[in-house]
Design a protein around this ligand. Sequence first.
Ligand SMILES: [Zn+2]
Length: 313
Amino acid sequence: MKTNFEKMFNKENMPHANIFISLDDVALSEASLCFAKLVLCEHGGNDDCIVCKKIDHLNHADVLVFPQEKDSIGVEEMLKVVEESYSLPYEGKAKVFVLKSFEKTMASAQNKLLKTLEEPPKNVYYVLCAKNEMAILPTIMSRCQKFYLPKYDDEEVMKAISDYDLSENQRKDVVGFCGGAIKLAKEYCEKENFFDIVDFCFKLFLEYKNSSKAILYAKTLYGLKEDFKLFLSIYNQIIRDVVNTKLGVLSEVKNKSRIDDYEKIGKEFSYKALSEIAAYLTEINERLIRNCNQNIIVDNFLMKILEEKTKWQ
Ligand SMILES: [Zn+2]
């Protein structure tokens, strides 16, 4: 896959200590491999040479990926990383360490890397991959070049999910609601009830006009259990898209295949109603974090939708 990641680096001057930040595992792994190619390939990393192929197949002896057994790097394994750093490359001119799930690495293990990161041995490069920065020691952070990985564009996501047996409209919904994250897009494709949840969100906007349907809809929402959060996320994205459609800023609309629906919803809901409901979604998320009763949350949510919709016509 051609990559946006290449543009982030200057081939002539690759930083030795790096941290890549993204919520998308696919982006983290592709960016790490891209980095390794730029360091190790003699042709600039963008041809089909044997080095690049080996890196793509995780088969290059000088690209070392950790953790190798558990889901995060422990103290012992970090000491192994440090030790390995001081031995010569096996087949190339440099070594690249890819340290995955770095946000899960305990501070004690992170500390073991500190000195090496400060003064990396010659021809040794580190790529720390993390979903967020919160659990990473400031001392580690300050020694690394920080890269926020770009999101994938619609075309790239579409290509990445081309093997799934889905209709054209379903594909467009996956692309439109995954926020440019390929890992998430694939999860949606594999999730049995993803499209039911999307359809239900639209139904709630377009067909829920009075309280007589509230009991029926509540039942569906109770039944979602832990998928209720996914429902809320999609519902929230729809609100954002509807507002942008109403404003006429179509470039900001994420799921362009739904613009007809957004226009219909925009006629039913005023700006004020949409913003009140969006604010209420934030409250709901806080309540879910505090483990409040989900069925009560659902009941209140359904009441709130009608209330705001009629109050701000
Ligand atoms: Zn190459």
